[in-house]
Design a protein around this ligand. Structure first.
Ligand SMILES: Nc1ncnc2c1ncn2[C@@H]1O[C@H](COP(=O)(O)OP(=O)(O)OP(=O)(O)O)[C@@H](O)[C@H]1O
Ligand SMILES: [Mg+2]
Length: 167
């Protein structure tokens, strides 16, 4: 069993929305994998992290095989991303980053991309700002259940990129 943790320095970046989507995708993959071959069956635990760099984040990091940083391109979002990554570094865990709502500030998005390259963080994906995320949430669904279009595809691709990078 491998554990994947989703965190961000800042609140409201999209951790819960994405964690719930990934969990749904895992359930689907599980069912398919069961049908294909018992020995290819894999389990994942996806942990929805707390904002900040305090004790809850530290405890969620321990034992994790891969860290997904969810950030958004705002001054505080980028600042908190750097702050939380300084903490993650100490755990020596392979890390990837999703730039959520990337299109709300394309200048900061490119600064974040440069930072990811510099720090050797896997750039998992850019996800656009889309009201469907909130509509899905108020509908009691994840975005992969609510959307059948581009957003579902992007979140699914993000999950597949995470899987490729979990050692
Ligand atoms: N790409 C997006 N476009 C538009 N709205 C989004 C997007 N991603 C998430 N949201 C919305 O942003 C809000 C915050 O998302 P979410 O609750 O997933 O953040 P969080 O990081 O888990 O926050 P917290 O740190 O408070 O737990 C929600 O209303 C969600 O619907
Ligand atoms: Mg949350």
């Amino acid at each position: 069993m491998k554990e994947i943790v989703v965190i961000s320095g800042k609140g409201g970046t999209g951790k819960t929305s994405l964690t719930a989507s990934f969990a749904v995708l895992v359930a689907k993959v599980k069912n398919e994998a069961k049908e294909i071959a018992e020995d290819e069956f894999k389990d994942y635990v996806i942990v929805d992290g707390s904002p900040g760099v305090g004790c809850p984040v530290v405890s969620s990091l321990s034992g994790a095989k891969f860290v997904v940083l969810v950030t958004e391109p705002s001054v505080s979002g980028f600042h908190d991303l750097k702050r939380v990554y300084e903490l993650v570094k100490k755990f020596n865990i392979k890390t990837g980053c999703i730039i959520n709502k990337y299109d709300i500030n394309k200048k900061i998005t490119s600064e974040i991309k440069e930072y990811l390259i510099k720090e050797n963080i896997v750039h998992i994906s850019n996800l656009p700002y889309d009201e469907d995320f909130t509509k899905a949430m108020t509908n009691g669904q994840t975005i992969v259940e609510y959307s059948s279009g581009r957003l579902k595809e992007l979140v699914t691709d993000s999950w597949n990129t995470i899987l490729k990078n979990v050692s």
